[in-house]
Design a protein around this ligand. Structure first.
Ligand SMILES: *[C@@H]1O[C@H](CO)[C@@H](O)[C@H](O)[C@H]1NC(C)=O
Ligand SMILES: *[C@@H]1O[C@H](CO)[C@@H](O)[C@H](O)[C@H]1NC(C)=O
Ligand SMILES: *[C@@H]1O[C@H](CO)[C@@H](O)[C@H](O)[C@H]1NC(C)=O
Ligand SMILES: *[C@@H]1O[C@H](CO)[C@@H](O)[C@H](O)[C@H]1NC(C)=O
Ligand SMILES: *[C@@H]1O[C@H](CO)[C@@H](O)[C@H](O)[C@H]1NC(C)=O
Ligand SMILES: *[C@@H]1O[C@H](CO)[C@@H](O)[C@H](O)[C@H]1NC(C)=O
Length: 382
């Protein structure tokens, strides 16, 4: 069964490498291919964009075809692929289109199973308690790709598949838990219908606890899933609050021994929650926004020496400053925002002297200045 899927990916791969410029560009002109796997790609997206992957937001996510391409590359014989890609480059557009049509017919003739069928196979596998661990991982990895198109995510929800995946969050194997969280996150991303279903399954509480995992990867995927489930979802955010999700965020932000990427994800989510609050003026502000310890854990991040983290913390503060419940005096007296902004200015000046960091540091400095100004204005109005 996974072989059918694999075969389908191979065909897709050829089709894509024939028609998709962006993937053709991955082919090194000297004939070498730039290999990467679906996982690397997704990691990149999530790491750069942190919570949901800003990149996913901007270009609508790496398309499912591209995801499949990478998946197929990661699982196939490099020599064959190299040849296919090499041949493709020599063809004219007409030839490419002709070849694409032929392949399409071939796919139809071979009666490749639909995505819905493939998802059902993966779910039936997962629902079988005697399935080997290896096959369980594979089933989840396939779902990871299959749930990217929004219709597939909806189908998975309707067929009861999400419940099966959510059940895997309690598995004893760390990779199963991690993959299950990732699938739920992917399926929920920008999809209010799936968000609601996953929230109803009670997965949020489990995921919030999972962020405490000693496995960095598990914690990262769990936080990704939490963010995807509550983003722009007021009901989800209320549940998040009720499940003490803000304490989890606070713990992550203030724990210096944690992975820096996890801390970036956490502060990005804070900014996101504040932004959502700003957009929904009729909704009562979440009590976390006047929790001084919570605010301090955000402010403290602006002097941690990591430009990306600092930038995200500043963005969050900039949005927080626009909320009614965030009191400027608490930011000044309890959180020490003024002092931290000054310290940050000095740090950034040093960074700007470093050629490699100059531009980035200058951007962050400009944002810092903006935050300082807004803060002063807010204090001045008292
Ligand atoms: C392409 O291949 C050449 C020579 O093999 C290498 O120097 C170059 O870095 C490669 N480019 C990319 C983008 O990998
Ligand atoms: C469950 O998995 C085992 C081991 O792979 C297999 O032998 C069995 O037929 C499966 N059961 C069902 C109902 O598919
Ligand atoms: C999973 O298996 C149980 C029986 O063991 C069955 O009742 C349930 O419908 C199955 N779930 C799905 C989504 O196939
Ligand atoms: C995981 O197990 C706990 C208790 O054992 C349960 O409360 C929770 O609902 C389960 N989570 C999921 C998503 O099934
Ligand atoms: C995470 O672990 C810390 C320290 O072990 C504990 O205080 C906290 O309650 C845990 N959080 C969750 C959500 O389980
Ligand atoms: C910080 O994170 C480390 C590594 O996960 C953990 O062992 C430690 O308990 C955490 N510290 C606090 C205060 O939660």
């Amino acid at each position: 069964m996974p072989t059918i899927y694999f075969f389908r990916c191979m065909l897709l791969l050829i089709v894509i490498s024939l028609v998709n410029r962006s993937s053709a560009e991955r082919v090194n002109s000297s004939g070498g291919m730039v290999w990467s796997t679906a996982r690397d790609e997704a990691e990149l997206v999530e790491d750069s964009g942190v919570v949901i992957g800003e990149q996913d937001q901007i270009d609508g996510g790496f398309s499912s075809l591209d995801g499949m391409l990478h998946w197929a590359i990661g699982h196939s014989d490099p020599a064959t692929l190299k040849e296919a890609a090499h041949d493709a480059k020599k063809m004219s557009l007409d030839e490419l289109q002709k070849r694409q049509l032929e392949l399409k017919e071939l796919v139809e003739k071979l009666k490749m199973p639909s995505d819905a069928k493939l998802m059902q196979i993966a779910i039936d596998d997962l629902n079988n308690s005697s399935l080997s661990l290896e096959d369980r991982h594979r089933a989840l990895q396939e779902l990871l790709i299959l749930v990217e198109p929004i219709d597939n995510a909806n189908d998975l929800s309707k067929s009861g598949g999400l419940r099966v995946v959510a059940g895997e969050l309690n598995h004893s194997d760390v990779d199963v838990r991690k993959l299950a969280a990732w699938v739920l996150g992917k399926a929920s991303q920008n999809n209010p219908f799936v968000q609601e279903q996953v929230l109803e399954l009670g997965a949020l509480t489990t995921l919030i606890k999972m962020v405490n995992s000693s496995s960095t990867e598990e914690a990262g995927k769990a936080l990704f899933a939490v963010s995807a489930m509550i983003r722009n979802n007021v009901a989800g955010q209320d549940m998040f609050y009720a499940a003490h999700g803000y304490i989890m965020l606070q713990d992550v932000m203030s724990n210096e021994s944690l992975d820096i990427k996890l801390r970036r994800k956490a502060v990005f989510l804070v900014g996101d929650l504040a932004e959502c609050q700003l957009q929904n003026t009729e909704k009562a502000e979440l009590p976390i926004f006047n929790d001084r310890l919570f605010l301090k854990s955000v402010v403290d991040l602006i002097v941690v020496l990591d430009l990306d983290l600092q930038e995200k913390a500043l963005e969050a503060i900039k949005t927080l400053l626009q909320l009614k419940s965030v009191e400027p005096l608490i930011l000044r007296d309890f959180c020490g925002l003024e002092g931290s902004l000054k310290r940050m200015k000095m740090q950034l000046e040093e960074s700007m002297a470093d050629e490699n960091m100059r531009d980035y540091a200058a951007d962050v400095e400009s944002l810092r200045g903006e935050v300082e100004l807004i803060f002063r204005q807010k204090l001045g109005h008292l």
